[in-house]
Ligand binder design. Sequence first.
Ligand code: M6R
Length: 605
Amino acid sequence: MCGIVGYLGSRDPKDIIIEGLSKLEYRGYDSAGVAIFNENQLVRVRAEGKLSQLKQKIQDLNLTFTGPSGIGHTRWATHGRPSEHNAHPHSSGPIMLVHNGIIENYLELKKELMGKGYQFESDTDSEVVAHLINDRWKQYGNLLTAIKKVLPELKGAFSIVVLNQENPNELVAFKDGPPLILGLGQNEYFLVSDVAASLAYTSRYIYLDDREIVRVTPEGYAVFSESGVRLSKTVTEVAWSADQVEKRGFRHYMLKEIYEQARSVAHCLEPFLDREQFRLKPMMEWSSVEGVHIVACGTSFYAGIYGQYLMEILGGIPCRVDVASEFRYRDPVLSPGTLVLAISQSGETADTLGAVRLAKAQGSPVVSICNVKQSSLDRESDVTFYMNCGPEIGVASTKAFTATLVLLNLLAMDLARYRKRLNADLEFQMLRRLLELPSQIEVVLAYDKYFQDAADALKRYRGFLFLGRHVLYPIAMEGALKLKELSYLHAEGYPAGEMKHGPLALIDEQMAVVVLAPQDDLYEKTLSNLQEVKARGAKVIAVGTLEDEQLKSLSDRYLSIPKVPWNINPILAVIPLQLMAYHLACSLGHDVDQPRNLAKSVTVE
Ligand code: M6R
C-alpha cells in the first residue's frame, strides 16, 4: 500500500523518482506526488489519480528540478479520500515527507499538535508526522535527532522518508512495518518500498529492520537503532534484473505474468530436484511436526486450501487453513508440534505477518512460501521456500499462485516421504508429472483464443458462480476472485456439492456458471451438480479433460486442459480462469494491472 521513492545523487531526481514511482504504482494509484529540490528550493507537485496525471502536471507547469535530492509517493488511500490535498508529500515548515502505512495514534498526536498551533491542510494521518518532526526539529535543530525523538511516539505501521528544505544534501528515513530498502549506487542512494523502483541503477540493497533509521548524505549512509546506536548492515546483491520488471511487449503485466507460468513453474521446481537420482531433495525436518496450520490472505489463502488437501492426503497429518486476519484475532490454539506455514507472494502482507508473529510468540516454528527474498516474512520465518517466479507486478496474482501450488506439492511429498507414505516409485511418478507441467501449461496457453471467446460471451451475465470439488474447490474460489477483482462483477466460488444447500436459488438465465470438471475420482458427482444448474437455466462453461464429449454435450462452452493426475489438475485448470478474467476485464475497458480500490501489497490491516 503506497509506494515511496527517495533519491540523493547527481542524476536528474525527477526522472529517477517518476520512473521509480511507475514501478511502484502497483502499490497504490489514488494520487501521486513529488517534492524535489530546484536551486535550493523544495518544489512540491501533487495530483489526484494515477501517476500519468502527475507527469502531465509537471510537464504543463514546465518545471525543472536540479536536485540533488527528492522524494515521491504513489498513494493507496487509508485516511482521507483520494484527492490532491491528501496526496503526499506532506509538509510542515521546512519538513517534507512521504509515508507508507498507518499512524494509529494520529488523532491523539493531532490534538496535541493543534494545541501547539499547528494547522492541518489534509485529512491524513501522515501529516501529523510532518508536524511532529518539524516540532522536534525546531527544538533540536537536527533532522536525525528530531526523528529519533519522534519515532518512540508513533504507533502503527509506517515507512517514511523525510527531506528538509534547509538541507538538500540529506535524506532521513525510518520504518516499522512496511518495507523500506536502501539502494546503493555509485555516489547515489535510493530509498524505496520495493527494489523494482531502482533496479535499473543498482542491484545492491540494504533492507532496513523495524524501528531503524537511515541517514544518507553525499558522503555516505549510516543506519541507527531507535536508541541511536550505529548499526552495521548486510548489503544484499539482488538477482532480479530491471528487464524483469518491464512488460516485454505484452499489453499488461498480468498477461505477461500469465504467459510466464511455464517458465516460472520450472524455475520453482529446479532447486528441489536431485536430477542425478531423479528424486526430490530433502526439504525440511519433519520429526517434531504433528500438524500444519496454514495462514495467508487472498489468492495465497486459496493456495493454502489446496495445500490442506495435499498435506492430509499425501502427508497424512492434520492440516488447518486460516485467513490470516481471522487467525490473528481469535486466540488460536496451536497444539505442540504444530508447524505454521505462511504463504505470501510479497512477504509484506500485514495480516500474514501479524499471524506469523502470533504463532512465533506461542512457540510454533514458522515456515513460509514467499516470492520476495529479504521481505519481512522471509526474514521472520525459520525456513523459507521461494516461489522463484520473478517479480509479480500485476495486482491480480497469477504466476505466484501456480508456483505456490507446485511448492505445496513438493512439501507434501517431502512430508509423505518422511512418514513413509511415498515409495520411490510414486515419488518418481509424481516428480515426472511435475516436470511435465511447463509443457502442459504451454498447451493450455495455446488455447487462449478460446478463453477470449468464452470471456466475450460472458459479458452479458450479471453474476458468476465457479464450482469445483476437492482440490478444484480452491480453484473455483480463485477463479471467482480473479473475475471480481478485475471485472467488478459479482462472482462466488463454491464447492459443487454445496449448491443444493442454498446457492441454487441464485440460478437463472442471467447467471453464468463455470464448472471445473476435469476427470478425477469425483468427476461423476461434479457432472450431476452441473446437470442441476443446467436444468435451472444457467449458462454453463466447463473446464474438462481433453475432448470430453459427455461434458461438452452438457455445456454451453467447453474449455479443455491436458489429462493429468488429480493433484496437477488445479495448476492447469486455473489458467483458463485467469485468462477469461483478464479478457473480460479488458473488453469491459478496465485497467487490469491496477483494478480500482486495490493495491498489490497490502501492508496495512
Ligand atoms: O502478497 P500476498 O500473497 O500476501 O498477497 C495476498 C493477497 O493480498 C493477494 O493474493 C490478493 O488477493 C491478490 N490481489 C489476488 O489476485
